[in-house]
Design a binder for this molecule. Structure first.
Ligand SMILES: Nc1ncnc2c1ncn2[C@@H]1O[C@H](COP(=O)(O)OP(=O)(O)OP(=O)(O)O)[C@@H](O)[C@H]1O
Ligand SMILES: [Mg+2]
Length: 327
């Protein structure tokens, strides 16, 4: 298989001026600035094959966004080697930019006051997309994401979920082969998250494009990626199958139940490990292998209004990885 992304011994430091508290402190920072170095990436090495969809996870400040910015050519590393589809991202050659797309869930990359279609037309010009390719890509993206009715709406009038879909159309209109997705589902409701996941999955499969995806949402990864790379404090601490990671460090899933009538804690404890019970809601940890059995027990023996099965938070899984320290 061909390599799409090669990252070797990547290092990136940021030099920041420390601000001191208060007015005198602020003045002293101006005249005697104290510089501090933040080691954002200490030593990052990984390789991703063409067509792979890889999850990139780690706690806040671990270095995920910094890595994505280096990979998409927005910032220059201090040292190390990076190659994406055979290109050095920093050279930002037109050919390279036509091959990639960086999508940041927290950043709006569209023209706020203009109708969606104008931003798309703008990208068409920037990427010099042929009319026929543009029409073809647009109609297929609009159809899969079901946003045909939004094209004439100004971006500022869209809901967060609608905007994220439109961001995706804008970012994919040039049919990039490599996709950097930085927390694409952040802030979206569950239905919108699922729609986006389905779309990313389809896009990856159909176009055989390479996707690197960061998320704090375990469900994104459980649905999408077989392989995950875990980063912490600028170092890679795990690179392998997600399944292996979750089996070992997240053996339980979480069931959230809403009861119609109050039930006794004793009865509930027979079902599983109760994390929280505050009528009408209970949160129960259940081993993955018994999840369907437990769910049906709950439905048969109690008056249940609603039941939800969730993945444990990614932060918990990562914390487990570090506490055990034998990955
Ligand atoms: N432009 C910058 N100037 C100074 N420090 C920076 C800059 N960008 C990032 N950093 C620092 O580099 C480290 C890594 O940041 P980065 O944004 O890559 O983390 P992250 O893994 O994306 O975190 P999060 O999950 O919160 O998005 C952090 O300590 C951050 O404060
Ligand atoms: Mg980030």
């Amino acid at each position: 298989m061909d390599k799409a992304i090669v990252v070797d011994k990547l290092v990136k430091n940021f030099v920041v001026t420390e601000k001191e508290a208060g007015f005198v402190g602020a003045l002293s920072s101006i005249f005697h600035p104290v510089k501090k170095t933040v080691e954002a990436l200490k030593n990052i090495t990984f390789t991703i094959q063409k067509g792979e969809l890889v999850g990139f996870i780690g706690p806040n400040g671990a270095g995920k966004t910094t890595t994505m910015k280096v990979l998409s050519g927005l910032i220059h590393p201090d040292s190390g080697f990076v190659s994406v589809m055979g290109h050095d991202p920093w050279k930002k050659s037109g050919k390279y930019l036509k091959n990639i797309s960086l999508i940041m869930g927290q950043k709006n990359q569209l023209w706020w006051d203009l109708p969606v279609i104008d931003s798309l037309e703008f990208n068409k010009a920037v990427y010099q997309i042929k009319d026929s390719d543009y029409e073809k890509n647009l109609s297929s993206l609009v159809e899969i994401l079901k946003i045909g009715n939004l094209l004439k709406t100004p971006v500022r009038k869209l809901s967060l979920g609608q905007r994220m879909k439109v961001e995706l159309v804008a970012a994919l209109i040039h049919n990039p082969q490599v996709l950097f997705l930085d927390e694409p589902t952040v802030g979206l409701d569950l239905v919108a998250q699922q729609a986006l996941r389905d779309f990313i999955f389809e896009y990856n499969r159909k176009n055989e494009s390479t996707v690197l995806l960061t998320s704090h949402n375990m469900a994104d990864l459980a649905d999408l990626s077989r392989r995950v790379i875990v980063i912490n404090e600028g170092n890679i601490v795990y690179d392998g199958l997600l399944e292996k990671l979750t089996k070992k460090y997240a053996p339980n899933k979480i069931i959230k139940v809403l009861f119609e009538k109050e039930v006794s804690l004793e009865d509930l404890q027979k079902i599983g490990n109760i994390d929280k019970y505050n009528y009408p809601e209970a949160v129960i940890s259940v081993p993955r292998s018994t999840i369907s059995y437990v769910a049906s027990e709950l439905l048969q023996n109690f008056d249940v209004i609603d039941i939800d099965i969730e993945e444990p938070p990614i932060e918990d899984v990562i914390r487990q990885v570090f506490e055990t320290k034998d990955f």
